[in-house]
Write a protein that binds this ligand. Sequence first.
Ligand SMILES: Nc1ncnc2c1ncn2[C@@H]1O[C@H](COP(=O)(O)OP(=O)(O)O)[C@@H](O)[C@H]1O
Ligand SMILES: CC(=O)OP(=O)(O)O
Ligand SMILES: [Mg+2]
Length: 441
Amino acid sequence: MVGLCHLAGVGMVLFRRPAERGRAGTGTVAAPAGRRAHAERGMSGAIPKGGRMSRAIDNLILAINAGSSSLKFSLYRHAAGLAAVAEGAIDTSGSGQLTLTLRGGGAPETGATSCAVTFLTGWLDAHFPAIAPRAVSHRVVSTHPDFAAPAIVTAGMLASLRATSDSASDHLPLQTALIETLQRRYPSALHVACFDSGFHATMPAAASMLPIPRRLQALGLKRHGFHGISCDYVVGELARVAGHKAAQGKLVVAHLGSGSSITAIEQGRSRDTTMGLSPAGGIMMARRSGDLDPALAWELARREGMDADAFHHLVNHESGLLGVSGTSADMRTLLDRQATDAHAAEAVTLFCYHARKAICAMAGAIDGLDTLVFTGGIGEHAAPVREQVCAGLSHLGVVLDPARNAAHAAVISAPAARVRVRVMPADEQRMLATYAQAHLT
Ligand SMILES: Nc1ncnc2c1ncn2[C@@H]1O[C@H](COP(=O)(O)OP(=O)(O)O)[C@@H](O)[C@H]1O
Ligand SMILES: CC(=O)OP(=O)(O)O
Ligand SMILES: [Mg+2]
């Protein structure tokens, strides 16, 4: 399930190598920063013909987003706005070779290495050998109590992140390795850590408290939430495309990807979200179970002698779409197979049902719903999933326009529907770069 890659000076670094049958896949933050990400959108660039940018470019920001099934990166030139110079993603989900796909098309490049960090740095060296970015902005999935707002990376911060990396085992080992490697590669750059939970610091106590004894709460055990950088981006993007009033309204964001969560946002602030203490909580995901009956840990300990580490592995790596289908964690594969494979069909049905119930719960948290946004790899690309999720939400005022949904239109709700349903591409990298800009000026 898990591979190790050795990086000079970094030691053994974890990266995911799931043993999966089936096909490998392909690809308290200050609100003003969110608004800037959208106001300053510049031209979308591309690497030059011949594939190599030999001259030095000034004013670059590199944004690094290591998710649980992909390592996404964007290189921006920042001046008045953020102009993308190169954007891509390394697919880390499959059991085969790593592939890198540039945003905007082109054939995927295959890595000569099975280590995503080495592949990325090698690619950057090959295509942008002379650059010295002013900032490198890193997405960090951590629940460490000391970190919420984007901050300059320090040695102390890195040590704390490393010490707690098991709490987000799909993300933090790779993310800390990336910080260390890129610090060495770009020593003159400002390295900024952007915390995925920071956006959720505005959740009220009713949403963030766990109903456990106060003595345990005093240890800092609480619901943190994740995908906050994605949510912050969505709020800013909604303001840009639909106006301030829509962005300040009652908004539910369904970030459906390898990790999936549903978030309730009002007046641009997080009010509740499905992921909690860890990214394994909330709705069913690719390999994560989401919320379970608490008695399950006790039952498995009693019946199978399962210990804490085995339970942690079960709920993080063997469950979700993979566990229910028995064959694949990739929604594309399951949709392809559902007509002929009952377990694949059941996995899709369960995923959509969990997402639908969670949308109702999140609308309950903010007493209504004006806008529902689908984002993330599944949310952006899987029309049948959006259709199944929204079926049964008409009581909230959600009614899809089937043709618009099939076409992945920006607005997929029926014109007369009370709730506006949107599809928005996730762009955590642009948000990361915007946070870094705030540290440069
Ligand atoms: N066309 C598609 N149809 C259905 N699912 C898709 C499609 N494209 C991507 N996905 C799903 O999106 C997931 C990746 O989502 P993403 O948000 O990029 O994940 P992460 O950020 O966790 O790496 C893939 O595992 C795949 O299941
Ligand atoms: C928090 C989380 O699950 O992130 P991702 O979906 O990028 O893996
Ligand atoms: Mg992601």
